[in-house]
Write a protein that binds this ligand. Structure first.
Ligand code: ATP
Ligand code: MG
Length: 554
């Protein structure tokens, strides 16, 4: 589990607001909350909100709650709440309190009664469709419901009976009584309660009426003493309703809502609704498929939380919508892993090499540094043998220009070992190269060859000592920068988003890798042991987290 960290999302407009609030004495401390709806897994967009909410509270020595906004029982689930808690912790944050909007159902009900009593809410018995039709438009005012002037007594009676389960779903709603002609459609008597006979994952069947998001959110913030309620820009037009509820109820404290731009990341989707479709339609292999932009998917892919926090820090927090390039995330992942991932040798697509004259005095094993820049990661030994595997792409019978690796009759250095020369190319009946017979220059171990330059260095593993492994290579899931704009996901999928190499060979030191551990396979990229592995039975599965270099130039 990662340690608690204090990221510094830098100076942003929210910090400036808070600095002013603290300076003026309006607040003495900062309380924020991260309020996911437990209807899916958290994604990289949520990470932005988490880093902002938790990071801001940490910066000011304040508190941040994790609050489940659980007012839509049909779509919500305890599996999702567990996954969300795990992911927030994994990102490196600890909430002050774990809260649920459903804990406030009774208080929210009592507040609704107070609104009715003061003439600020009424039971509307029109159909949902009729209510929608009479909302009006941006240019036309709404039409008042014929039930808008029901008496307080009648409203109280009906609302109590809604709660008691006397009415069918959809037969009545409770509406705030604000202004049917407001320029802000959110204020045209919004629905604040509906009847819904649905089993709630926490409150069971105790309630058959559920409060709406806008009504619930401001009051939940108020109940928790939140000072700064940070949400994404699409809620800007809801702020007037947020304030109306708190002002009208004259609550003891009045949190303020501030909006920031959501993360929009190219070549992926960051919306739970869309991610749910990917999972439900079997386009990906679950919420933690390493191609998913979910925190669970990124974790399984081998991304560390540090990289995600750095990414959130770098993209910053603004009020302006902008698309972020995938490279921005990838370079954070690469930089993080470069610094910490132990190096290993692995051959993903093996080609057999026989060393015909390996000297008798050749060392049994060679010592390799685990990291070129960090000696504290130590060294390991890898067996030296006459039967090896090299990467098939490191040999070319007809080399392209500037090819510095192995060619017939040419020389190359085996990483940390001898210089070898390819003397003979052996093919199978179909003409496929199946083996290279090479001779060793015995005088090149730890020494430059005499009288000539050998430029290429390739990696290798011992045929007898290496371990078989499956390697999963991931590419972008989508072929379009904005897949959400496509009518059907199917038309913008990248057909090569996953390729499985089942014949890979990895050096023996990887036998006791732990699921989730990341390595740099020299020259090949960063890889992470997948939980599908079973090290006991020798099944090793590695996910490529990311390539060594930026491949966007193509
Ligand atoms: P989604 O469309 O992915 O379901 P949501 O807003 O409905 O997003 P919630 O679980 O309600 O999901 O979100 C919890 C918090 O995370 C909210 O405050 C929301 O504004 C924020 N959030 C969600 N998506 C993003 C994003 N892409 N960038 C930044 N913040 C986000
Ligand atoms: Mg939401």
């Amino acid at each position: 589990m990662s340690e608690q960290v204090v990221p510094s999302p830098g100076n942003n407009f929210i910090r400036q607001i808070i600095d002013a609030d603290l300076a003026s004495g309006r607040h003495q401390q900062v309380i924020t909350r991260f309020p996911p709806e437990p209807n899916g897994y958290l994604h990289i967009g949520h990470a932005k909100s988490i880093c902002l909410n938790f990071g801001t509270a940490q910066h000011y020595g304040g508190r941040c709650n994790l609050r489940f906004d659980d007012t839509n029982p049909e779509k919500e689930d305890a599996e999702f709440t567990r996954a969300i808690e795990r992911d927030v912790r994994w990102l490196g944050f600890q909430w002050a309190e774990l809260c649920h909007a459903s804990d406030y159902f009774q208080q929210l009900y009592d507040f609704a009664v107070a609104l009715i009593e003061s003439g600020h809410a009424y039971v509307d018995s029109q159909s949902a469709e009729r209510i929608r039709e009479t909302r009006g438009t941006l240019t036309e005012p709404g039409v008042a419901s014929p039930f808008r002037n029901r008496s307080v007594a009648e409203n109280l009676d009906l609302f109590a009976r809604m709660k008691a389960g006397e009415f069918a779903d959809g037969s009545h709603v409770l509406r705030a009584r604000i202004d049917m002609a407001s320029g802000n459609i959110n204020l045209r008597d919004p629905v604040i309660y509906r009847i819904r006979r649905a089993h709630h994952h926490r409150t069971g069947d105790a309630w058959c009426i559920y409060p709406m998001y806008d009504y619930t959110h401001c009051l939940s913030d108020m109940i928790e003493g939140v000072t700064h309620s940070l949400c994404t820009l699409e809620f800007e037009d809801h702020r007037a309703l947020y304030d109306w509820v708190l002002d009208t109820l004259d609550t003891p404290c009045h949190p303020r809502q501030y909006e920031f731009a959501r993360l929009q990341l190219e070549y992926t989707v960051v919306s739970k609704r869309r991610l749910t479709q990917l999972v439900q339609r079997g386009i990906v292999d679950g919420w933690d498929d390493p191609r998913m932009p979910t925190l669970a998917g990124l974790r399984r892919r081998g991304v560390r939380p540090q990289a995600i926090r750095t990414f959130c820090e770098r993209i910053g927090v603004t009020k302006k919508d902008a698309w972020i390039e995938m490279q921005a995330l990838e370079s954070c992942i690469r930089e993080d892993l470069d610094a910490c991932a132990p190096r290993r040798l692995a051959v993903l697509d093996p080609l057999r090499v026989t060393l015909t004259n390996l000297p008798d005095d050749a060392p049994e094993a060679l010592e390799f540094a685990n990291h070129p820049k960090d000696e504290s990661l130590g060294t390991r030994r890898a067996p030296c043998a006459a039967e090896l595997y090299i990467e098939r792409e490191d040999f070319a019978e007809v080399p392209p220009p500037k090819f510095k690796r192995l060619v017939p009759g040419g020389e190359v250095r085996l990483r940390n070992s001898y210089v070898i020369r390819c003397d003979e190319v052996i093919k199978d009946g179909a003409g496929k190269v199946v083996e290279l017979r090479c001779s060793v220059d015995a005088d090149t171990l730890g020494k430059k060859p005499e009288g000539r330059k050998v430029k290429g260095v390739i990696h290798w593993v011992s045929a007898a000592h290496s371990l078989p492994a499956e390697v999963r290579l991931y590419e972008l899931l989508f072929s379009e920068p904005n897949p959400a704009a496509a009518e059907e996901f199917e038309s913008v999928l990248n057909p090569d988003s996953l390729s499985v190499l089942s014949e890979a060979r990895v050096e023996p030191a990887l036998a006791d890798a732990a699921p989730g551990e990341t390595f740099q396979f020299e020259r090949m990229g960063y890889f992470c042991l997948d939980p599908d592995s079973d090290t006991g039975s020798g099944r090793l599965v590695f996910n490529r987290t990311i390539t060594l270099r930026d491949t966007w130039a193509r």
